[in-house]
Design a protein around this ligand. Structure first.
Ligand SMILES: [Zn+2]
Length: 233
């Protein structure tokens, strides 16, 4: 059985990670759209760096929840038959025990060098414009996919969705494309589709099975169901 799991802001929100839409989408008086675009970075790099530096530092204040831990359990059982793709830029899946996580919108704990195009693991601030450890140029930007940029690894995601027997969407609003289109794409290629979300998403009618409640409850229960169907090793 091949499984694709897509996770979104809802799973992180249960760990206390603020979503983009908290505080009416404002951050220190800036509209989120004004700090999460390439144009914003060109115009006000210090503001954009400060926004992501604060989010990166805040990772130390949150912990993975039972949903993250359950998905690591699923990976341990399925190995490479699980493709975990997340829209989240935090590291809660990794800290919950997942080893292979496809961050389609990038990661806070990574920097992208505009000098040499390398992805550099990064845990500190970028606001003081440190030099790239690879090429020495001081052009490290947050390694996140901004509005107007193309998500990472879409080819790989598409192949995984085509091959999937089961597609599960966890904690996503169903409003942000291209991820919002995954359910219909996977369904067309024959996957059974399941939504696990706090409330019905915008695309809830596209799912074969939709369950609503906290991810910390629904995800461990669903993982137990899957594990019970696997043949004993
Ligand atoms: Zn570089």
């Amino acid at each position: 059985m091949r499984v694709v799991v897509l996770t979104g802001a809802g799973i992180s929100a249960e760990s206390g990670v603020p979503t983009f839409r908290d505080a009416d989408g404002l951050w220190e008086g800036h509209r989120v759209e004004d700090v999460a675009t390439p144009e914003a970075y060109e115009a006000q790099p210090s503001v954009v760096q400060a926004f992501y530096d604060a989010r990166r530092a805040a990772l130390a204040t949150v912990e993975p929840n039972p949903a993250h831990v359950a998905l690591a359990r699923l990976e341990a059982a399925l190995g490479d038959r699980l493709f975990l793709v997340t829209q989240n830029i935090d590291d809660l899946h990794e800290r919950g025990g997942s080893r292979h996580v496809h961050h389609m919108h990038g990661e806070l704990r990574s920097a992208l060098c505009r000098g040499c195009d390398q992805h550099v693991p990064w845990t500190g601030d970028l606001g003081d414009f440190p030099p790239c450890p690879g090429c020495g140029v001081a052009e490290l930007r947050p390694d996140v996919v901004w509005f107007g940029e193309v998500p990472y690894g879409m080819d790989q995601i598409q192949v995984a969705l085509q091959r999937a027997d089961v597609f599960v969407s966890i904690g996503t609003s169903g409003a942000v494309y291209p991820a919002a289109g995954f359910v219909q794409f996977a369904g067309r290629y024959g996957a059974r589709t399941i939504e696990l979300n706090l409330q019905p998403s915008e695309g809830t009618e596209y799912f074969d099975d939709a369950r609503h409640g906290p991810a910390g409850v629904l995800v461990p229960a669903w993982v137990d169901e899957v594990l019970a169907t696997l043949e004993p090793a």
